[in-house]
Design a protein around this ligand. Structure first.
Ligand SMILES: [Zn+2]
Length: 457
């Protein structure tokens, strides 16, 4: 039994013998819509997922949150006391625009070895790979090499608003030695990936009001102009060298470790391709190479995302607008906290004489970062190399934000890592999302290798 586990031949054999059913099960899951942004089919998908977990030998629970349910699952090992928590999601992006799909987004049609459908790669192919890998151990040998827990969020595509409270209320249930997210597909160069962190975010709206109505502009010497108010307030937030001027803004920014620096230096980065992709002649402040990459992954930002006020129609209009609104986004890095930055922003505006400007927090998400030296990072990277025959790209942090493994891991006080099994160019969040059957089936072996190698040898 031990040698069978070591070479995975029984597991691989089981996957091979059950390929058709495994593909059919993925189709079943994709055919059940679960569009969190539109509230379509999510609860029904949670129930279907729980049914499929039970069929695979994983004990499921569908648990309520303030929003969509979480699907939790457990499968125990008789040979290990180590536990890996798989954290991914079962909701999907809206399929629109529908007319751009070559087959209906929830038909899960298979053409030339590709299953086309919303959620095939993000995340249902990944979800099923994590469950089918568990099934292959449970039904082909005498058990799992590690204890598994599964946390499937139903709101990831809308920012996981209910997850912080859910995780805080279920810390014991979720306790694990490490957290792994399986989501999305290989990077654009065709290589598997390991990500170790996510940026945080804080969205804020500033609103300035002058009069209670628009006035003739001749009154501009008597009545404050809310547009100037916001322009001055915004100008106080950031210098022309891009440094944010809010007192204490950088206080909790974590320094880079040696291992993170090494990963940055070996990360594939092509200045010319990046500039072309972004449509600019030069990157901000002239940054290039590792310095530009480091800024992308580790430099917090203050971005004016929108500004609305006054008259911008054809020709001139002599008007003194009564109101101006701007939307700001702060992209945060470990260990900045959205609430702390929001407090500091409010203090900054008050101290600079903008206490009359209304400040509203629109939402946010904490940054998270797991160590590049963790056992789970090493295990996932080595498994990718063993199964795919190619070294993965290890990204110490991802410039996107979200509440996935590194985030959960930091709440649980352990390490986390993210990876995914889909093909490169899987049309993420776009029409004609797909997974190849080859990526799906090989992905099951990739996940099985992680389960085996994270367990005791
Ligand atoms: Zn996803």
């Amino acid at each position: 039994m031990r040698s069978a586990l070591k070479d995975l031949s029984l597991v691989a054999d089981y996957v091979h013998r059950n390929e058709e059913r495994f593909v059919e099960d993925l189709r079943r899951l994709v055919q059940q819509p679960s569009i969190s942004a539109q509230g379509v089919g999510v609860a029904a998908c949670a129930d279907l997922l729980a049914t499929m977990m039970r069929e695979a030998g994983v004990e499921p629970q569908v648990l309520p949150t303030a929003g969509q349910p979480v699907v939790f699952g457990q499968a125990k090992s008789t040979t290990s006391d180590k536990t890996l928590l798989i954290h991914t999601h079962y909701d999907v992006q809206p399929p629109e625009p529908l007319e751009m799909w070559t087959s209906p987004p929830f038909a899960a049609e298979i053409h030339a070895g590709k299953m086309i459908g919303r959620g095939t790669t993000d995340p249902k192919g990944n979800v099923m790979a994590s469950i089918k890998a568990a099934e292959a151990f449970l039904k082909s040998s005498d058990g799992l090499p590690i204890n598994l827990k599964f946390l499937f969020d139903g709101e990831e595509e809308i920012g996981s608003p209910s997850l912080p409270a859910f995780v805080d209320e279920h810390l014991d249930m979720l306790a694990a030695d490490a957290v792994l997210t399986l989501d999305a597909g290989f990077d654009a160069t065709g290589r598997p990936f390991v990500w170790l962190g996510s940026c945080g975010i804080l969205w804020v709206e500033l609103r300035a009001v002058g009069s209670d109505k628009d006035l003739h502009s001749s009154r501009a010497c008597l009545v404050p102009n809310p547009i100037w108010d916001l322009v001055w307030a915004l100008a106080s937030l950031k210098a022309t060298d891009e440094k944010v001027l809010i007192k204490g803004f950088y206080d909790h920014v974590r320094a880079r470790t040696d291992e993170e620096r090494r990963l940055l230096e070996t990360f594939p980065w092509d200045d010319e391709a990046i500039r072309k992709n972004l449509g600019v002649q030069e990157l901000l402040c002239g940054f290039t190479g590792v310095e530009a990459l480091e800024r992308l992954l580790f430099e917090p930002t203050c971005t004016v995302c929108g500004f609305g006020a006054g008259y911008t129609g054809h020709g001139a209009k002599s008007v003194l607008p009564h109101e101006a609104i701007t939307k700001l986004e702060f992209r945060l890095v470990a260990d900045q906290e959205p609430d702390d930055i929001f407090d500091k922003l409010q203090i900054h505006l008050r101290e600079r004489g903008f206490g009359h400007v209304g400040v509203t927090k629109l939402g946010g998400c904490e940054p998270s970062q797991s160590p590049a030296t963790s056992e789970i990072c090493r295990t996932v990277a080595e498994a990718a190399e063993k199964v795919y025959g190619i070294a993965p790209v290890i990204k110490p942090c991802n410039e996107g934000s979200g509440r996935l493994a590194p985030w959960t891991a930091s709440r649980l006080g352990v390490a986390g890592a993210m990876s995914g099994i889909g093909p490169p160019d899987w049309h993420g969040h776009a029409p004609n999302e797909y997974i190849t059957l080859e990526h799906y089936l090989k992905g099951i072996l990739f996940v099985a290798t992680i389960y085996r190698d994270y367990g005791p040898t």
